[in-house]
Design a protein around this ligand. Structure first.
Ligand SMILES: [Zn+2]
Length: 367
């Protein structure tokens, strides 16, 4: 889905390589040979630099350093600054992990339909639930994934017992893997007090949460530590956490704020698109897809790609509130880059959406 520009394609290849390096979770990663996609991305950027008369990164380690030392505006690439912010970074310096922006660029570079690509595992689960005549188990599964970025062995069994996952129960384990040693501090794992995702310690002695939502209001703080020996597993992988289960938290939040007279909300319907189906006085009013991207232009493009792919756009796209609060131009940019020959996507903020439903609820009460 990446644009036509060669430089943009190169940035996409680099972002993908940085994500691949992060996923190796292996301290030997800088030894030869590198995975071929990483080596290819390095070769391409080196060649590009030589053509441009710029000093190239001499190794994969140097490329990683570019990720946190050089904002995008200083890369020897001709990029549309309306899409790629000049002050954007691919790697977070404190944690050494790829930023949300890096993951968005990588996802968009790897596929023509990023929103589908990020959630196709969910589509498989939805199809399985439907096939077994257990539609509601899909919503339950999504809810479990949104609530539990990490689980201890004991909690995993408790969650399985407490939720009716039906035919999907066997699949729950596929979404969790043993947590990496980078999360271990003094024999424990520290979940984020805000979202529950395991925190990474920084060199400065603070904590880093991979969800930007959590640092939007100030420094991230840890919740009670969980003993490493409790066999902690983390929901896999970061792409899934960033694009699927993380935004699921906003879905649950919106649904709980729509507990209004004459309003019924169905979360994650298995047989129709969107995250929420909202009825007022028994009439279906909206199918809402909840999105939570760092970059509004890339999100707009991803929405346009989905619309072009499915041929229709029946959903209203609801953006997590903190994104709109942080950037007053956010919704406007999503519309700008999301516009296709078929028109502009319907996009609103979380608060605009809940206010609209509230208004309809009140009006239906007066009717
Ligand atoms: Zn967090």
């Amino acid at each position: 889905m990446i644009g036509d520009s060669q430089d943009e394609g190169l940035l996409g290849a680099v972002a993908s390589a940085l994500v691949a390096i992060d996923e190796l979770q292996n301290l030997t990663m800088f030894q030869m040979p590198y995975p071929s996609s990483v080596q290819r991305a390095l070769d391409k950027i080196v060649l590009h630099c030589l053509y441009q008369g710029a000093l190239p990164p001499g190794s994969v380690a140097a490329l990683v350093r570019w990720g946190y030392e050089r904002p995008l505006g200083t890369w020897p690439l001709m990029l549309d600054t309306g899409i790629y912010p000049v002050d954007g970074f691919l790697i977070d310096e404190e944690s050494g992990s790829p930023t949300e922006l890096c993951h968005e660029i990588a996802l968009c570079a790897e596929t023509d339909n990023p929103l589908w690509e990020a959630s196709h595992r969910m589509a498989t689960l939805a199809a399985l639930a439907t096939e077994r005549g257990q539609d509601s188990t899909f919503g339950t599964m999504r809810s479990v994934l949104a609530k539990h970025p990490m689980l201890t062995n004991e909690l995993f069994n408790a969650v399985r017992f407490a939720n009716n996952l039906g035919a999907l129960e066997k699949r729950l384990g596929e979404f969790y893997q043993k947590i990496g040693p980078e999360y271990e501090v003094d024999g424990a794992v520290f979940p984020c007090a805000h979202c529950g995702t395991p925190l990474l310690p920084t060199d400065a002695g603070s904590w880093w949460c991979e969800r930007e939502e959590c640092s939007a209001g100030g420094p991230v703080s840890p919740d009670d530590p969980v003993d490493w020996d409790a066999k902690v597993s983390i929901q896999t992988d970061r792409r899934h956490r960033q694009f699927v289960s993380g935004p699921g938290r906003a879905v649950l939040r919106i649904a709980s704020s729509l507990a209004l007279p004459r309003v019924t909300v169905r979360l994650w319907p298995a047989q129709s698109p969107g995250d929420l189906r909202v009825k007022v006085a028994d009439v279906l009013k909206w199918t809402a897809a909840i999105v939570d991207w760092h970059n509004p232009a890339l999100l707009g493009r991803a929405i346009a790609a989905t619309t072009a792919w499915s041929g229709t756009d029946t959903a209203i796209w609801v953006v997590a509130q903190y994104r709109v609060d942080a950037d007053p131009a956010y919704l406007q940019l999503v519309r700008k880059y999301g516009t296709t020959a078929a028109g502009s996507p319907r996009v609103c903020s979380e608060e605009e959406f809940t206010s609209m439903v509230r208004r309809h609820s009140e009006e239906s009460g007066r009717a």
